[in-house]
Ligand binder design. Structure first.
Ligand SMILES: [Zn+2]
Ligand SMILES: [Zn+2]
Length: 343
């Protein structure tokens, strides 16, 4: 089978690999489509992020969907021919965080296409993958695999929404409309938010934000003072989702969040100074949000049922042989939201 291997910054190669052996409890999937994620782009552009660095070649990718081609002994929940979306996160099930229902903090987590461990965990941009049956979530037989492959990033947004608490009737600000910010708009709407404002510094993502139901989408590069009215009378937002990864975003969020409000940080970027005085005096809760857990199955179900429509976020699907072009397009935030590889 063919796989997309990253050797270093802007060095992607399509290589032949053996299909792993199918053991008891395993499922073999013919992968058809895979979304390029922000983390894939970090490896592509910089060879990693923060202290996480590529130390050896690694198959990229973790947002994939395809068809089951074989199942190992004892597998009953999935059958050959089923369409599935693959959960890229495999927790050990036995460490103290797994036992405390926090498997996204597993001490021995294996996440596809991640250089956090050594040796790195290979990813899913490959024609065939063998996963545990618990990782293969069945979707309806005719459902579009490209939309299904949004389950992973949508799970990230649903987890962030869960970290924010009940969104019913809430006023929400989303900072940064990349794929995760856009999916936070959909998650907040699904969660019953009353009003959703999105900000970004580019016109293209803001058009997408309006198209998927943001009540207002403001360009803070063209209008640096666009949020000022929302800072009046101690702030306007019950919840702020920070999905830009920019250092300045916390300083943007605190003046406009209401006293007692919640700021959920999802974006990973540089370290940021914390404006402690305003945080204390407004009694703001700052909560980190990292990956997901139960939300993966929920994300797959909401997408496959049509309750949440992710189709407007898919910019283009590009063949594996043109992977570098696909990554360059995905890195162009003005013109691309989500780019997927056809495998
Ligand atoms: Zn992702
Ligand atoms: Zn664990």
């Amino acid at each position: 089978m063919r796989a997309l291997v990253i050797h270093g910054p802007r060095d992607l190669r399509v290589e032949e690999r053996d299909i792993p052996l199918l053991g008891p409890g395993d499922v073999e999937v013919r992968v058809r489509t895979g979304g390029i994620c922000g983390s894939d782009l970090h490896y592509y552009k910089d060879g990693g992020f923060g202290s996480v660095r590529l130390r050896h070649p690694m198959i990229l990718g973790h947002e994939v969907a395809g068809e089951v081609t074989a199942v190992g002994a004892g597998v009953t929940a999935v059958s050959p021919g089923d369409r599935v979306v693959v959960n890229p996160s495999l927790s050990c099930g036995t460490c103290r965080f797994c036992k405390a229902a926090q498997p996204n903090h597993c001490m021995d987590l294996r996440f596809y296409g991640s250089a956090m461990r050594l040796p790195h965990v290979d990813g899913a941009f490959r024609e065939a993958i063998v996963c545990r049956s618990s990782q293969a979530v069945v979707i309806p037989p005719t459902f579009d695999l490209g939309r299904a492959a949004f389950a992973e990033p949508f799970a990230v947004a649903l987890h962030a929404a869960a970290r924010a608490g009940d969104l019913t009737g809430r006023t929400v600000l989303v900072i940064g409309v990349g794929p995760i910010g856009a999916l936070c708009i959909l998650a907040a709407r699904y969660g019953g938010a009353r009003e959703i404002i999105a900000i970004d510094r580019l016109a293209g993502p803001l058009r997408v934000a309006r198209g998927i139901g943001a009540d207002r989408a403001l360009n803070t590069r063209a209008e640096p003072r666009a949020l000022e009215p929302y800072a009046a009378d101690k702030g306007s937002f019950d919840v702020v989702f920070e999905a830009s990864g920019s250092t300045a975003a916390i300083a943007t969020a605190l003046p406009v969040v209401k006293p007692g409000g919640v700021v959920v940080l999802i974006g990973l970027g540089e370290e940021a100074p914390l404006p402690v005085t305003m945080l204390v005096s407004k009694e703001v809760s700052i909560r980190g949000s990292f990956r997901f857990h139960d939300e993966f199955a929920l994300a797959a179900r909401l997408i496959a049922s049509g309750d949440v429509d992710v189709a407007p976020l898919l910019t283009r699907t590009i063949p594996l042989d043109d992977a570098s072009r696909a990554f360059e397009l995905a890195a162009d935030r003005e013109h691309a939201m989500k780019v997927q590889l056809a495998l």
